[in-house]
Design a protein around this ligand. Structure first.
Ligand code: SF4
Length: 274
């Protein structure tokens, strides 16, 4: 059973881990992540399901910080599906340009808005089977919208979630849909949405793609991939990002003190970025 060993205690045993042991270890990791990131939340800004579905489509291949800057302008100009469906494509392209792949994203957003107006009276549907039929909306986007705008549990498998699920040994699959199903087996549905936020938070701040900060990782004791990245605590601490980055102590303190205002505090801190 490849479970709670101490960091640096050598390779995990080769005996296969039972499903029960895997579930226990997965839930221990989720608990540790919940303690580390009590302020975890969706990092895309939105006020309604329409804004969230558009923001999620725009977030492909770029950062949430950049999408948030663009959507502020976008939704001031086109506040709903009807207005967006009637947008001038050239004007829309100019607004979306900073997000990259802006021509394809313009087409997606126009087609998505038009379909919402034609088929759903401009209202974003609250069912997975309807959401995935919308242009530019796959399972990942649909789960983001369900989990965050409709309160329906969903596991969001983006690049961070997939990478961490494999490093945690929760799945061996590279296929996002299979990853979603494998992870869903390990947790209660009520935990799916917050688990998604926590794992993505951890991937952005600590368990990076190329340089995971294993020596500063709160789940190192339960991670079979411990040692993949920097294990020296001092060097690892320098790899941490966002509010965990060296020098961001006051931001972290505010987030921990006011978890219910985390999204607001994040937005304020981003406004102060150069
Ligand atoms: S940083 Fe290292 S120990 Fe932590 S989850 Fe990633 S691979 Fe595992």
């Amino acid at each position: 059973m490849a479970t709670s060993r101490r960091p640096g205690s050598g390779p995990a045993t080769t005996a296969p881990e039972s499903l029960l042991a895997l579930k226990r270890r997965a839930r221990r990791i989720n608990k540790a992540l919940a303690e580390k990131y009590p302020y975890a939340h969706a990092e895309l800004d939105f006020r309604n399901p329409f804004e969230l579905v558009v923001a999620t489509v725009l977030s492909a291949q770029t950062t949430d910080v950049l999408v948030n800057q663009v959507t502020k302008i976008l939704f001031a100009r086109y506040p709903d599906a009807r207005a967006m469906s009637e947008a001038d494509p050239a004007e829309l392209e100019a607004i979306l340009q900073p997000t990259g792949f802006f021509r394809a994203k313009t087409k997606s957003v126009l087609a998505l808005s038009t379909r919402l107006v034609d088929e759903y009276d401009g209202v974003v549907p609250g069912r997975l089977e309807d959401l995935v039929t919308l242009p530019g909306v796959g399972r990942k986007t649909a789960n983001v919208v369900l989990g965050n705008a409709f309160g329906v549990p969903g596991i969001t498998v983006d690049t961070h979630f997939g990478r961490l699920a494999r490093r945690f040994g929760w799945t061996t699959s590279e296929d996002p849909v299979q990853v979603e199903f494998d992870v869903a087996e390990l947790f209660e549905p009520k935990d799916w949405t917050m688990l998604s936020h926590r794992v993505v938070f951890h991937g952005r701040r600590v368990c990076h793609s190329r340089k995971p900060a294993c020596g500063a990782c709160p789940v190192a004791n339960w991670c079979p991939s411990y040692g993949l990245g920097e294990t020296d605590p001092v060097k690892a601490a320098k790899l941490l990002k966002y509010e965990l980055a060296p020098g961001s102590e006051s931001l972290l303190e505010r987030l921990l003190a006011e978890t219910h205002r985390a999204a607001e505090i994040r937005m304020e801190s981003q406004r102060r970025l150069p």
